[in-house]
Ligand binder design. Structure first.
Ligand code: PEP
Ligand code: MN
Length: 630
């Protein structure tokens, strides 16, 4: 099927260029020879959106493209909006046809903006910069013409054109990136709901086009990033300002009264849509904002922080829960779960020990240093349970119990909301909306398996639904592999799958005598199974355990380091062979500095540990890069 215009994303350049890469993130890429032609195609609805390079990390504003956009906006009926900002990593290589060595390079071909990003290379090689249409074109051009010519382009473009890479990562500043703007026709963005066929890339940047001195100083005062353009004698200053979210209202007020002859045009969401809802009826759950972080003592989740809640399905006795609290803390869990009110399919099954058991759970959590999570089933339970529980759980069966949601949302405790086994992602998020609307600010969502035709497992862990939820909500997202599996042997695999899908945390049931558990014994992991799993995820064991327990975690880390070290040495051998084949020097001091910087970043500053580790690896790699017979 050929895509209709709406699915096409235009860019200036040709396949293999960075513009093509940005466009591929917005739709089906279509190349245009010039920025003007790309914008014309957009305005004529030949394409659904266009990408335009706006700012490069090294070179700053990209005048060639911004000027075209500014001129288009200066037309009386300007109808372009900025929908999103897309940051594309720019790894530039110097490449040439086979046979040309670095010392022989006399001309370097690339796009003007790209040549400005590698001034150090140009100075070092003393070569003449030659401005070309785009980076991929430069690669094909030097391949065709031969001679002492090299191109600066992406690695893919170099390989595509059949060039040999003479030097990698030649930008003056690494890592280098270019921010592209995704442009659409203005009237289409009046609706704040993003087009579903386009991958959401985060909030659209607030961008203002301005002319005149007053407007630019007002924007600078509001803290905007100014991308100035040379302007014209009539408009001595003009440009774009990227306004940070927190200054939108201020910038709008300051630029609301431009002086005579000045112009200010908001591109993209107008200031009144400061936080556009991503789903119309659930604005609080789906609002565009930084990921929410829920923190209760040692339990911190969201925005990159990940944790595990573990414990028995039901609190059975003071001794049972105290033992399991110690066990899960030792394993590395940072919150303790346990049901005191149990929703059971049969009214004759064990229903939980009620509020008395909440005291046992609380004591066990306190002794192990863990906050506690427990389920509430009725609005009347919320008050008494919230007195002692750190987190209120709303179970799958009550996901759409709106009275319960409202009551739990009014309590000051964070709420852990499981997805119902028959609710859609949108219904589940709508339930979270009840909590937020009632005043709760700390909500965690948990996928625990939905009901499908499949009977082999208790539920079907809906990872696709989890990922859809991830794209819609700022709330932390958990998975519960225990209730999804219903069988102990499947729990680690599902836990790994969810962890790999990027959940903010897991809820896992654990029991040390599962055969005599009062509920859900068949799906409970043994404490030692939990330890093994959490070591694999890199969660740190609690300090209340034994030396042996912590040593087991260290052994897992050492195993990983040893495997990666072997892999690194093998890669060094291979890169050594490629360098020799293309007559590149083995040593590359800039690259060594990058390796050191990476270790310094991970280990916190320029510590002796970071330097020693990086130096050791670099020495070993240099050794490995030598030919076998050396
Ligand atoms: C539970 O967590 O013990 C529980 C009853 O889970 P769910 O509501 O997901 O069935
Ligand atoms: Mn259970």
């Amino acid at each position: 099927m050929t895509p209709s215009g709406a699915e096409l994303a235009g860019y200036q350049g040709q396949p293999g260029s960075f513009g093509a890469r940005a466009a591929a993130r917005c739709g089906k890429p279509v190349a245009f020879p010039t920025f003007e032609r790309t914008l014309r195609a957009l305005l004529a609805s030949e394409i659904g959106c266009a990408v335009l390079p706006a700012v490069n990390r090294v070179d700053g504003p990209i005048l060639e493209s911004l000027d075209v956009l500014a001129r288009s906006l200066a037309e009386p009926e300007s109808a372009i909006a900025v929908e999103a900002e897309i940051e594309v990593p720019v790894r530039l290589v110097l490449a040439a046809p086979e046979g040309l060595a670095l010392e022989g390079v006399r001309e370097i071909h690339s796009q003007a903006a790209v040549l400005r990003q590698c001034r150090q290379l140009l100075a070092r090689l003393d070569a003449i910069p030659i401005d070309t249409h785009d980076t991929a074109y430069a690669a094909f051009r030097v391949k065709e013409t031969g001679g002492p010519r090299a191109a600066v382009c992406s690695e893919e473009a170099a390989l595509e054109a059949g060039l040999i890479i003479l030097e990698e990562d030649v930008s003056d500043v690494r890592p280098n990136t270019t921010r592209f703007w995704r442009l659409a026709r203005a009237r289409e963005t009046a609706d704040p709901v993003p087009r579903s066929d386009v991958a959401a890339e985060g909030p659209a940047p607030r961008i203002v086009f301005y002319t005149g001195v007053k407007a630019s100083s007002a924007l600078a005062e509001a803290g905007a990033e100014l991308l100035s353009l040379p302007g014209t004698p009539g408009d001595p200053i003009r440009g774009f300002a990227v306004v940070p979210e927190k200054s939108v209202a201020r910038a709008a007020a300051l630029t609301g009264r431009p002086a005579g002859g000045e112009r200010v045009i908001w591109l993209g969401p107008a200031p009144e849509f400061v936080r556009p809802p991503r789903m119309r009826d659930i604005p609080k759950t789906t609002e565009v904002r930084e990921p929410s972080v829920v923190a209760v003592g040692p339990f911190v989740v969201g925005g990159g922080r990940r944790a595990v809640i573990a414990g028995p399905c039901a609190v059975e006795s003071p001794e049972q829960v105290a033992r399991l609290a110690r066990a899960v803390a030792r394993a590395g869990a940072t919150a303790l779960r346990g049901g005191v009110f149990k929703p059971r399919t049969s009214p004759y099954s064990f229903q939980g020990h009620g509020l008395e058991a909440l005291g046992w759970l609380k004591d066990a959590g306190d002794a192990a240093g863990l906050p506690i999570v427990t389920e509430v089933m009725a609005p009347a339970q919320v008050g008494p349970v919230a007195e002692r529980a750190d987190v209120l759980q709303i179970g799958a069966r009550n996901c759409q119990n709106y009275d319960l949601l409202r009551e739990a949302g009014r309590s000051s405790r964070p709420v852990f909301l499981k997805r119902g086994f028959g609710t859609t992602v949108e219904e589940w998020l709508s339930s979270a909306e009840y909590l937020l609307d009632a005043g709760s600010r700390n909500v965690i969502l948990c996928e625990r398996g939905i009901r499908t035709f499949e009977k082999a497992t208790r539920g079907t862990l809906d990872l696709g639904g989890l990922l859809v939820a991830r794209s819609l909500t700022h709330l932390p997202l958990f998975a519960d592999p225990s209730h999804a599996a219903g069988r102990r042997d499947l729990v680690p695999g599902l836990a790994r799958a969810a962890w790999g899908a990027g959940v903010d945390g897991l809820m896992i049931e654990v029991h040390d005598a599962p055969e005599s558990a009062l509920s859900d014994g068949p799906q409970a992991l043994l404490p030692e199974d939990l330890e093994e799993l959490l070591d694999e995820f890199g969660l740190l064991p609690g300090t209340s355990g034994s030396v042996e327990r912590i040593r087991r975690a260290i052994d897992v880390v050492d195993g990983g380091i040893a495997r990666l070290a072997a892999q690194r040495l093998e890669l060094a051998r291979r890169v050594g062979a490629v360098k020799r084949a293309s007559s590149r020097p083995i040593r590359d001091e800039a690259r060594e500095a990058t390796v050191r910087a990476r270790f310094a970043e991970a280990l916190g500053g320029d510590t002796p540990a970071a330097t020693r580790l990086a130096d050791t690896l670099i020495d070993l790699a240099l050794e490995a890069e030598k030919p076998d017979d050396a």
